[in-house]
Design a protein around this ligand. Structure first.
Ligand code: COA
Length: 260
């Protein structure tokens, strides 16, 4: 598919999706959110894709937020709709994908940019990255899940402070907070992320999908993560991957997971 605002590139079983509006610091306008939805949907449905990396084009920004020029004149109803549609189409969608998504944060990740990175299953940042939720400086609040995912990742007090000040933290502070798992140089960011993605890709993709569903269930209102874990654990026993994984172990060879 041809995209205007994003690039999608596959290397072996790893797809890297780059938001490609560097002159606007990769700000998320409506068209970009739509294209990201299509791209994620497309690769999630492809059995040859085992891991997705999401990053920003250029050396300055991952994503500098939702496109402010698009919503500056919105009404109350339009504001609510913007958040609801964005969450359904991209942010919740990514968080609940069965293919692992890693955010490689290569610069500013602000507002909707940090919310997108937080929707990914985990994050790696380059040492020039700056992260924050500056929405209250615009008279609005994070609307793409930021008020929920930031406290989950860094704790309530730190999230309150970051959101109330609208300030930015650097990559090392984000590492200390647990917001990102690793910090690299900008040059090393993609190679390092690809190395981790390669490790993930060697494992059973169906078991990983069950793990994502179980972990996410613990954070969903009205769901019992332990119950989900039991169901997903049982489900694994019916997969060809489980048969191959256990057989390969017993035969002292590397597994060749069929991914079903
Ligand atoms: N929405 C729309 N356009 C944006 C944008 C956003 N969130 N963030 C950056 N841009 C645009 C700028 O308007 C500018 O466009 P122009 O060249 O046509 O004027 C271009 O990207 C470059 O940004 P600029 O502000 O000139 O870069 P900078 O290096 O001086 O500052 C930031 C970088 C990230 C500090 C600054 O761009 C910024 O504060 N952006 C908004 C962050 C924000 O509040 N995000 C939350 C939105 S809810």
């Amino acid at each position: 598919m041809n995209y205007e605002n994003i690039l999608s590139e596959q290397q072996n079983s790893i797809v890297t999706i780059s938001i490609n509006r560097p002159s606007k610091l990769n700000a998320l306008n409506k068209a970009t959110i739509q294209e990201l939805h299509e791209a994620f949907k497309d690769v999630d449905g492809d059995p040859n894709v085992k891991v997705i990396i999401i990053t920003g084009s250029g050396e300055k920004a991952f994503v500098a937020g939702a496109d402010i020029s698009e919503f500056a004149n919105f009404s109350v109803a339009e504001g609510g709709q913007l958040a609801a549609q964005g969450q359904a189409m991209l942010f919740d969608y990514v968080a609940n994908l069965s293919t692992p998504v890693i955010a490689a944060i290569n610069g500013f990740a602000l507002g909707g940019g940090l919310e997108l990175a937080m929707s990914a299953h985990f994050r790696i940042a380059s040492d020039n990255a700056k992260m924050g939720l500056p929405e209250v400086s615009l008279g609005v609040i994070p609307g793409y899940g930021g008020t929920q995912r930031l406290p989950e990742l860094v704790g309530k007090g730190r999230a309150m402070e970051l959101i109330m000040t609208g300030g930015m933290i650097d990559a090392n502070a984000a590492l200390t907070y647990g917001l990102v798992n690793h910090v690299t140089t900008l040059e090393e960011l993609l190679p390092f992320t690809q190395k981790i993605a390669t490790k993930i890709a060697r494992n059973s993709s169906v078991a990983i999908a069950s793990a994502i569903a179980s972990i996410n269930a613990g954070y969903e209102d009205g769901e019992n993560g332990y119950d989900t874990e039991i169901t997903e654990f049982g489900r694994c026993f019916g997969t060809a991957d489980f048969k191959e994984g256990t057989q390969a172990f017993l035969e002292k060879r590397k597994p060749e997971f069929p991914g079903i």
